[in-house]
Design a protein around this ligand. Structure first.
Ligand code: MRU
Length: 358
């Protein structure tokens, strides 16, 4: 019997003056909640992946800006929200946006919040704070609804008893509900279906081992952890009938940025004729990027490869490291991109544009 696992990964602290998150860097060993209220704390939480996953980063950014605005305007309940306040808030939004470059949900959510703030100039500060908080809640509720729609659509692509594979973590911890890539699996499991899921460990930060295996295990799903380089061994034996991954940004032509190693998985899937599905809410589509070449890719410290998670360094001290956090999967490797508004198939330039206009 499936155990539902829908953690409150991002919420407002009881006093409304901080954002409360699960510190995902401590999972699966410790489930600890932390509260963040300053721009620096919120920026740091995103940068060190205490909160992570494209939709969750967007939701967190919404709450962060609402909290930061509330703290900035404290004591001025009845005063007017002026141009100087708007500029000060824009500075803080730009600072938050600089925490990680690839997931478009971050800038998307901040721009949505700032659009509201611009319309609020001249209003009472107390009302502006309430409006920003309501907008952050709306972003979160919409994300949960999008996850549910995607899960239903994705479930229509798979059958009871199938073997599935996923990369990184695109589950409840990365979103506001079922997740994106894990949505069909969790929904199907709730309805009594059985799947065997292979989770790539996802070097170097191990989101697959630490988070996906944790979430699926808690939900009663049969999950088998593998190293990233093992996917071809698993697919060659016919154990996998479909791949499901999330996305951090999808370009207009369907090229998709997701956790480093996703494109390797897609290439292997193509070799063995296994369908490769990308699951993402429409807030992850970025039509200002024509192709994947336009998507900024985050580069992180080599220490994550050489040292982190090991009791001793696993490489010579001075060795050079290349540590891109994401890669781009070319659109011709993708069978379909599932959004909450529908399933997009090639040619993606047309099918994604149709979803945008729906
Ligand atoms: O570096 P992370 O852990 O934030 O990377 C997360 C991913 O790559 C996810 O697959 C993506 O954000 C989609 S989450 C629904």
């Amino acid at each position: 019997m499936a155990t539902e696992f829908h953690p409150e990964n991002v919420s407002l602290a009881q006093d409304g003056r901080a954002v409360r998150i699960i510190d995902q860097t401590l999972l699966p060993g410790r489930l600890r909640f932390i509260e963040l209220s300053t721009p620096e704390e919120c920026h740091d939480a995103i940068a060190r992946l205490a909160v992570r996953g494209a939709p969750a980063i967007g939701v967190f950014a919404g709450f962060s800006l609402a909290v930061i605005a509330g703290n900035m305007l404290q004591g001025r309940r009845d005063g007017a929200f002026g141009e100087a306040d708007l500029h000060a808030l824009q500075d803080r939004a730009d600072y938050l946006a600089s925490s990680r470059p690839t997931a478009v949900n971050l800038s998307w959510a901040l721009e949505r919040m700032m659009g509201l703030a611009r319309r609020c100039v001249g209003s009472r500060c107390g009302d502006v704070r309430a409006a920003l908080l309501a907008e952050a809640h709306a972003i979160q509720q919409e994300d949960a609804a999008m996850c549910k729609s995607m899960a239903e659509l994705g479930l229509g692509l798979i059958e009871d008893g199938w073997g599935l594979i996923t990369h990184c973590n695109a589950g409840p911890l990365a979103t506001s509900c079922y997740g994106t890539a894990l949505g069909p699996i969790l929904l199907g499991t709730e309805r009594g279906m059985r799947f065997r899921v292979f989770a790539d460990e996802t070097r170097p930060l191990l989101q697959g081992a630490r988070l996906t295996a944790y979430e699926l295990d808690r939900a009663g799903v049969d999950v088998t952890l593998i190293c990233d380089g093992m996917s071809s061994a698993v697919m060659r034996q016919g154990w996998v009938q479909a791949c499901f991954v999330g996305a951090d940004r999808v370009a207009a032509n369907g090229d998709t940025a997701n956790k480093i190693g996703t494109s390797n998985l897609a290439i292997v899937a193509k070799r063995y004729g296994v369908p490769f599905y990308v699951m993402c809410p429409s807030s992850t589509l970025d039509f200002s990027c024509k192709t994947g070449d336009d998507i900024p890719i985050e580069l992180r410290r080599g220490e994550e490869i050489k040292q982190m998670f090991f009791s001793e360094p696993v490489a010579p001290e001075g060795v050079a490291c290349y540590n891109p956090s994401f890669d781009v999967t070319d659109n011709d490797l993708i069978t379909a991109i599932v959004t909450e508004k529908g399933i997009c198939r090639p040619p993606f330039t047309e099918s994604l544009a149709a979803v945008r206009d729906r």
